[in-house]
Design a protein around this ligand. Structure first.
Ligand code: DGY
Length: 326
C-alpha cells in the first residue's frame, strides 16, 4: 500500500516530485492560498493519511491530529518556524514533527540586511518624498540617515539566521557585535560577537537590533515599552524572526514618541497586517509581507526538504530536520 500524504497547498514541485517518485500517493489542496482550518479538518478526516505536509499558516492542533487518525506518522512543515504545530499533542500520539531549517538561511539573512539598510538610510521615506514632488534639489539635512559603519549591532537569537546576518554585516565596518540568546554560542566567536546574558544588558549598548529568534513563551512580547525605553533614541529595530516578539502597540507608541528612531518589520502580529494598521502609515516604519524566504532558491529547497523529511520518517530513517519535542 502506498503511503498517503496530504499537502495543504500547491507548492514548488521538488518536494512533490520526490514523494511521487518514491511511490507516495499525494492529495494536494489545489490552491496557492492557505487552506481554511475547517477545510483542513474536513479534508484529512478519516482518509488514512500517513503524513501531512503543511505550511506555517496551518494550525496543526489536537482536532486536526484526531481527524487525521492514529496512522498519521509525520507532520512536515515547509518552514523554519513551527509554532503553528502543537508539539505536546504530536508527542502524545507519537507523531514526528519536522521543519526546514538551513535552506532559507541566506534568503532571510539577506532580507534582514536589506531592512537594516532600508530603515537606516530612510529609503521608504525617500521614495515617497520623490513621488510627492518634495525633491527640490540638494539639501544639507534632508533625508539624512545613519551608517552601519562604526555602530554597535545587537542580534536577538543567534541561531543560523542570526549568525548569517552577523557574517554579512561585519564587512560594513561595524564597531561591536553583541548577541543575546538563551545560552552562549560557540560559533559567535567567529564574528567576534559578545554574549549578553540578558536582553536588558544588550539594548542600551546598541544602535541596531536585529530580531532573529523564534516565538516562544519566553520571547513573546520581549520587545515592549519597558525594553525599548532602554534603547538609544536613535536606535533602529529590524524583525525577521516572528511578529509576536514585539508588542506592536508599544512599538507604535515608541516610534511616534521618538523613544526609538525607526523599525523594519518582515513579520508582524497579526499576519497579514491590515493595510490600515496604524504602523503601516508611519514613515519611520518599513513593513514587508513576511517575505524572508521568498526566493526561488529557498522555496524549491524548502519543498524538497519537507518531502525528504517525510520519506525519511517512512523509511524509519532520521528526518533531515526533526523538531525537538517538549
Ligand atoms: C519560516 O520558514 O519559518 C519563514 O518564516 C517562512 O518565510
Amino acid at each position: 500500500m502506498p503511503y498517503k500524504v496530504f499537502v495543504t497547498r500547491n507548492i514548488q514541485k521538488p518536494g512533490l516530485e520526490v514523494l511521487e517518485k518514491n511511490g507516495c500517493e499525494l492529495t494536494i489542496w489545489d490552491s496557492a492560498d492557505a487552506i481554511p482550518y475547517d477545510k483542513l479538518i474536513e479534508n484529512v478526516q478519516g482518509k488514512g493519511y500517513d503524513a501531512i505536509l503543511c505550511m506555517l499558516t496551518d494550525k496543526i492542533d489536537a482536532k486536526v491530529l484526531d481527524a487525521a487518525g492514529p496512522q498519521l506518522q509525520v507532520v512536515s512543515t515547509m518552514s523554519v518556524g513551527y509554532e503553528h504545530i502543537d508539539l505536546d499533542e504530536c508527542k502524545k500520539r507519537n507523531i514526528i514533527a519536522t521543519n526546514t531549517p538551513n535552506v532559507s538561511t541566506d534568503s532571510v539573512a539577506e532580507l534582514t540586511v536589506s531592512l537594516l539598510l532600508l530603515t537606516s538610510r530612510r529609503i521608504k521615506e525617500a521614495c515617497y518624498a520623490l513621488r510627492e514632488g518634495q525633491w527640490h534639489g540638494w539639501h544639507p539635512t534632508w533625508l539624512c540617515g545613519t551608517e552601519l559603519c562604526n555602530k554597535n549591532v545587537g542580534i536577538f537569537g543567534f541561531g543560523r539566521i542570526g549568525y548569517n546576518v552577523a557574517r554579512r554585516i561585519v564587512p560594513f565596518g561595524i564597531k561591536q557585535l553583541y548577541y543575546h540568546d538563551v545560552v552562549e554560542i560557540s560559533f559567535a566567536r567567529d564574528v567576534n560577537a559578545h554574549f549578553c546574558p540578558t536582553i536588558e544588558e544588550m539594548l542600551p549598548k546598541i544602535d541596531f537590533l536585529c530580531i532573529c529568534c523564534n516565538l516562544t513563551p519566553q520571547t513573546r512580547h520581549r520587545i515592549n515599552a519597558t525594553t525599548m525605553a532602554l534603547m538609544k533614541k536613535t536606535a533602529i529595530i529590524v524583525n525577521t524572526g516572528r511578529g509576536g516578539v514585539i508588542n506592536h502597540d508599544d512599538l507604535y507608541d515608541c516610534l511616534v514618541k521618538g523613544v526609538i528612531q525607526a523599525a523594519g518589520l518582515d513579520v508582524t502580529e497579526p499576519e497579514p497586517l491590515p493595510k490600515d494598521h496604524k504602523l503601516v502609515k508611519l514613515p519611520n516604519c518599513c513593513i514587508t509581507p513576511h517575505m524572508g524566504s521568498n526566493t526561488w532558491d529557498s522555496r524549491d529547497m524548502m519543498s524538497l526538504t519537507a518531502g525528504n523529511n517525510i520519506l525519511a520518517v517512512f523509511n524509519k530513517g532520521h528526518p533531515v530536520s526533526s523538531v525537538a519535542m517538549p
